[in-house]
Design a protein around this ligand. Structure first.
Ligand code: ADP
Ligand code: MG
Length: 338
């Protein structure tokens, strides 16, 4: 008797969900990325019980057409790439086509959406295993995705959830990472029915101050350098504004929040002479480069990247920050790095 069999689709999605939807905050990150990829300029997040009871993201983006709604919940189904060439030059935040399918397999998920230039909105729901027929609904524009009872059908995973406060903290951190990266988009966050923060469209430095506090904003040095197809911009805190934790460190590569050892090392090195070794610098930095020169398909959560030429990136970041930190005015704008 043969022992090897294909797993049912729902189980495959639930296995994938372990990586993509580690906790409510990771589901929120995926939903926010989808809203941004859809060109939204206004995104509202509402959470109940740290996002475990409910996670709801409403946007004013392009929406999903009626005929695409079921596909949106299907594994490996995406509107963002179609070929290996697309993957190698991916410009959107999402591309794997697995977030919604994974989320839907471990929760009760509803999508209501109205595609751009269409008259009607449609709604689809999944109860974790079955998808309901599509029905009409009322919505002016964009998409609302509501995720209820995360992990209700995967008790082993549910056990790993922490307290409401801890899960909310992770959600807020995920929200802030996105809010910092898109000052051109308005955001709103509420928890258990209470409005917590609202960000109007603004200039980057104003947004950084709103999210990270006036103390931080008052102590920053602007960074802006370009060389050999690389661009870095953002702010670094003066060495006098340092932290005992690495909790105010934001690095984005082509708009995507990443944790990258090479970049951290270059930043650390730039601060080496001006910062005590057990203190942590604070910064919000955006690195931009040709998407062909960076691989974002390293891990399902997409917070890791691999650079074609890591050493060049390291040198560029080190030189840019070293110069910014050394400049008496605190403003570095010449483009002689590298
Ligand atoms: P991916 O983002 O990798 O394509 P997802 O599972 O996150 O995969 O989403 C599947 C598809 O559903 C997307 O490719 C997109 O076409 C559509 N979609 C999801 N969320 C939204 C949204 N908020 N607005 C418009 N389209 C969306
Ligand atoms: Mg996505």
């Amino acid at each position: 008797m043969a022992l090897i069999h294909l797993l049912p689709d729902q189980l495959i999605s639930q296995i994938a969900a372990g990586e993509v939807v580690e906790r409510p905050a990771s589901a929120l990150k995926e939903l926010l990325e989808n809203s941004l990829d859809a060109g939204s300029t206004d995104i509202s997040v509402s959470l109940v019980q740290g996002g475990v009871k409910q996670l709801r993201v409403a946007d004013n983006g392009n929406g999903i057409a009626q005929e695409d709604l079921a596909m949106a919940l299907t594994r490996h189904a995406t509107s963002k790439i179609a070929s290996l060439d697309d993957l190698e030059a991916v410009a959107s935040l999402g591309f794997r086509g697995e977030a919604l399918a994974s989320i839907a397999s471990v929760s009760r998920t509803q999508i209501s959406s109205r595609a751009l230039d269409t008259k009607h909105a449609w709604r689809i729901a999944s109860n974790g295993s079955e998808i309901s027929p599509i029905e009409p609904t009322a919505l002016d524009a964009g998409t609302i995705i509501e995720v209820d009872d995360l992990y209700f059908n995967t008790p082993a995973r549910r056990k790993f959830l922490k307290t409401e406060g801890t899960e909310f903290g992770h959600c807020e951190a995920a929200f802030n990472r996105v809010v910092l990266s898109r000052p051109d988009v308005a955001f709103m966050l509420q928890h258990n029915g209470r409005a917590l923060s609202r960000y109007a469209v603004s200039e980057p430095t104003k947004r950084f101050g709103e999210v990270l506090g006036a103390d931080f904003a008052a102590e920053t040095i602007a960074v802006e350098e370009s060389a050999a197809g690389l661009r870095i911009w953002g702010v670094v805190a003066k060495p006098t504004f340092n932290r005992n934790k690495s909790d105010t460190q934001y690095v984005y590569v082509n708009g995507r929040f990443v944790r990258d050892k090479l970049i951290s090392h270059a930043i650390r090195q730039a601060y080496q002479d001006v910062l005590h070794h057990d203190r942590h610098p604070a910064f919000v930095l955006f690195l931009e480069l040709d998407p062909n020169l960076v691989d974002v398909n390293v891990h399902p959560a997409k917070t890791e990247v691999r650079f074609r030429d890591g050493q060049a990136i390291h040198r560029f970041i080190f030189h840019s920050l070293h110069k910014a930190l050394a400049s008496p005015t605190g403003v570095s704008n010449a483009s002689t790095a590298n």
